[in-house]
Design a binder for this molecule. Structure first.
Ligand SMILES: [Cu+2]
Length: 161
């Protein structure tokens, strides 16, 4: 009985470490993603945006280089900002999150663009998004679809609809 318990523990430990190793190394263990949400869209729309807070609780800078999602044909990192006096968005190649700091992706700023949606994104849906960092680590995020907040009536005027 005692040996069997030990064996179970050993198997569990190997499974746990094996599973964790698949997508977590030193850096991603220190990455905490909170308040992840996706803009719910009517079925006629093929593009939406995801927002979240990425906290880097590690001693190294984290560099988000890309993202992916099963529901989108393409995923890009974008930044909203003023360009030539107009609010517009542009693709950026990465987002730097300094050690012991956090970066918030929010309407009017950084966001993750989900392009060529393969399904409609309805309020309450849980959308899986994988964040890929420069060191090769990845973090899987579950973002809940929400209707756009009233105070952001036209959050992304540059978005192609
Ligand atoms: Cu965008």
């Amino acid at each position: 009985m005692k040996i069997r318990n030990l064996l179970c523990f050993a198997v569990f430990t190997v499974m746990f470490l094996g599973g964790a190793y698949a997508y977590a190394d030193d850096l991603s263990k220190g990455i905490l993603v909170s308040d992840a949400w996706v803009q719910a869209m009517p079925p006629s729309q093929t593009t939406t945006a995801a927002y979240m807070t990425i906290t880097n609780n590690s001693t190294r800078e984290a560099v988000l280089v890309s993202a992916s999602s099963d529901i989108a044909g393409a995923v890009e990192i974008h930044q909203m900002g003023e360009m030539n006096g107009m609010m517009d968005m542009a693709m950026v190649s990465n987002i730097h999150i300094p050690a012991w700091a956090k970066v918030t992706l929010q309407p009017g700023g950084f966001h993750i663009m989900l392009i060529n949606l393969k399904k409609s994104v309805n309020k309450g849906d849980i959308i899986p998004i994988t964040l890929h960092f420069q060191d090769g680590s990845a973090v899987i995020v579950s973002a809940q679809a929400k209707l756009q907040q009233a105070e952001e009536p036209s959050g992304m005027p540059g978005m192609k609809m």
